[in-house]
Design a protein around this ligand. Sequence first.
Ligand code: HPA
Ligand code: ZN
Length: 333
Amino acid sequence: MPIPKAELHLHIEGTLEPELAFALAARNGVQLPYADTEELRKAYLFEDLQSFLDLYYGLMAVLRTEADFEKLADAYLARAAAQGVRHAEIFFDPQAHIARGVGMGTVVEGLGRALDRSAERHGISTRLIMCFLRDQSAESAMATLEAAKPYLHRITGVGLDSAEVGHPPAKFAAVYEAAGALGLRKVAHAGEEGPAAYVSEALDVLGVERIDHGLRCMEDPDLVERLVRERVPLTLCPLSNVRLRAVDILEEHPLPRMMAAGLLCTLNSDDPAYFGGYVGDTFHAVHEALGIDPEGLRELARNSFEAAFLDGSAADEALRERYLAEVAAYEFE
Ligand code: HPA
Ligand code: ZN
């Protein structure tokens, strides 16, 4: 069994495997612009974040009903469980669905059906994090938060994703303030393609508790020192960084330098159907390509539970302690 871990940076729409995409397309009468799964997989050669996002949003056309979202999440949870995931904090992109005429309720209730059975069926505790698309307007984000109000019992926090450059965190100051007032936790993608300054801005202006990616903090030593001092978790996604060309090859990923600097790093899969691996594969890949040794892998697994939103209640804290004990006791083969 792989080491127990939490996954904190996972876009549920990015778990749509080609086989499921074609099955849902057939069920819903949606015509995909690819002959078959093989031809679709051949399109997974990305030049940057935007070229990935174009395909990612396009393929969402097959997701139409609650049952589709339930199937998507259940398939992810089954794969994640096989790779040692014990807790998953799952992003979803409601604006991409609402724009296609698929309502907030369909998305949240469909995902919720799978999540409700996850502990029993897959041994994974779950949280949902609703992301705003940063290349859409601040008004649209606020309307999305409003649309989520009937479903807040299912939503733990808010995040910020999609095309980063030119869409700084401060654009979303008002909606993050409103989300905070509703008791939602806050994270944001920053420093993936955008500059290190977006990382500081997400902390200072949005008040986020974790940074998704944050890779480019390494360009600013003062920022690194701050992230270490404040113990701000970074949800790193090395396989994504290679596929989206944030780094040339995995062997050049800054993860070892980031860990050596004392940053609170976690490993995640981002959009595993598109980037060549789930989170267990990611642990394996950084061991092979970057020489992260078993104690390094244990640190990454421990960090993932420390950075998880498992602090809302005594039951949450007890669950975190249980997971941390499993990590401490884990014996590598
Ligand atoms: N970055 C930004 N937005 C996203 C990503 C990503 O890696 N995946 C899905 N939406
Ligand atoms: Zn992401």
